[in-house]
Design a binder for this molecule. Structure first.
Ligand SMILES: O=C(O)CCC(=O)C(=O)O
Ligand SMILES: [Fe+2]
Length: 403
């Protein structure tokens, strides 16, 4: 399979981390054009799908560094629909969403944050970081999943126009077919329209830059997960494995789940029911896959070296787990190699590729399935999505649950 090098060069120039590129022509062109320092590592060990061994990199909630301590106790003002979606249009496939109609309004968090600025300035000297509002007063910036729109656009444009450079992508991974993977586990391929994927990225970006936004989760002894995380609705803490109103790292309250996300989740479950009914005669499809209206969403952003160890999602309420209320997972951006199985054993797990727009649902008998992400496949995101949003190399994943 051939892919234009243009998208890869775009990512190479803008990646926050080393990106794999094979073309000597391109690298020497870039070097001579002064776009890249000669010291840049171009062979990041885990950015190639062919370099990934089955199960390699699977760890149960990864290894230590340190956790940034954040001090801002602000609560977000973000409310449902504050992101400007036209109510009702999101989630209807082929719908157009007009983002111009509304904008986020005033931000009382800023003033709350301002009160502590002096103290924070002092603390920031000792390497601590704070929420976005504090960042406006010379503090550490929140994690941005998208590229700044103005950066080096002329250079990027000319690179994107170099259509003649193409690269052979080895070992194309077979596409997983949509359908019932096992009882209670349904994969909907290419389910989320491009427009909705774009809106999801834009919403997550905006929420992710605000209070309660993306951070690198970790444990008190220092281990950090190999992803950026943001919780919506309730905060899930990897240390305590509990859901709470505020996150311990900085006291911020998680933003609400945008209403349009919930609509898309509920429609996806209905479409999964239709798919099950086609394959399996059941008097009540909800016996296999219960319906669910989410009150929690965990948003993960994986860079191309991101991973997530094999684990079960079992921190929701006893009632939710007992009923088998499903987890609904949206994939947006680069594809991921995803493992799932009924044991915590990577060698016994099945492997599928989750692509941008795919929805994976696991409930009922599959509610406790072990699952994890072994690798992110570089340069596999839809080009139009990247062009429209500037999404950084990597993958956005949203898992919706009911507490
Ligand atoms: O990224 C994924 O596909 C899975 C994420 C996940 O399992 C989780 O957040 O619990
Ligand atoms: Fe999970």
């Amino acid at each position: 399979m051939y892919r234009p090098i243009t998208a890869k060069v775009f990512r190479l120039l803008t990646s926050p981390e080393p990106v794999l590129f094979n073309s000597r022509q391109i690298s020497s062109w870039l070097l001579s054009a002064g776009k890249m320092s000669s010291g840049k590592d171009s062979t990041s060990e885990d950015s190639s799908p062919s370099a990934v061994k089955r199960g390699a990199g699977i760890r149960s909630r990864p290894s230590p560094d340190h956790i940034d301590r954040r001090e801002c106790k602000c609560a977000p003002e973000t409310s449902n629909n504050s992101l400007g979606f036209n109510r009702g249009s999101f989630g209807k496939r082929r719908s157009r969403i007009d983002l111009r109609s509304e904008q986020r309004t005033g931000d009382s968090n800023s003033s709350k944050c301002q009160k502590n600025i002096r103290a924070r300035v002092e603390r920031s000297k000792s390497g601590q970081s704070y929420c976005k509002h504090a960042a406006s007063a010379n503090h550490v910036k929140a994690f941005d999943i998208c590229l700044p729109s103005s950066s080096d656009s002329a250079g990027l444009k000319s690179l994107l126009e170099m259509e003649e450079f193409q690269e052979n992508v080895e070992d194309p991974i077979e596409e997983t077919r949509q359908g019932v993977l096992q009882p209670g586990m349904v994969l909907l391929k290419h389910y989320i329209s491009l427009n909705d994927q774009i809106e999801i990225v834009k919403s997550c970006r905006e929420l992710g830059l605000g209070p309660g936004g993306f951070y690198t989760p970790g444990y008190k002894y220092g281990a950090k997960l190999r992803l950026q995380m943001m919780c919506l609705g309730l905060n899930w803490d990897p240390e305590t494995r509990k859901y709470e109103d505020r996150r311990p790292i900085d006291g911020c309250k998680p933003p609400s789940i945008p209403h349009e996300f919930n609509q898309l989740v509920e429609t996806a479950i209905q479409d999964a029911h239709a798919l099950i009914r086609k394959d399996i005669p059941l008097s009540n499809v909800e016996d296999m896959l219960p319906a669910m209206s989410p009150d929690i969403c965990i948003v993960n952003f994986y860079t191309t070296s991101g991973r997530l160890g094999l684990h079960q999602d079992r921190d929701e309420s006893r009632d939710s787990l007992d009923k088998g209320l499903p987890v609904v997972s949206f994939s947006v951006g680069d594809s991921a190699e995803f493992l799932y199985g009924n044991q915590r054993d990577v060698n016994k797990a099945d492997n599928i590729v989750l692509e941008s727009g795919d929805v994976l649902i696991f409930g009922g008998k599959s509610r406790h399935v072990f699952h994890g992400v072994t690798s992110i496949i570089p340069n596999s995101a839809p080009k139009a999505l990247i062009e429209e949003t500037g999404l950084c190399p990597g993958r956005l994943n949203l898992t919706f649950r009911r507490y």
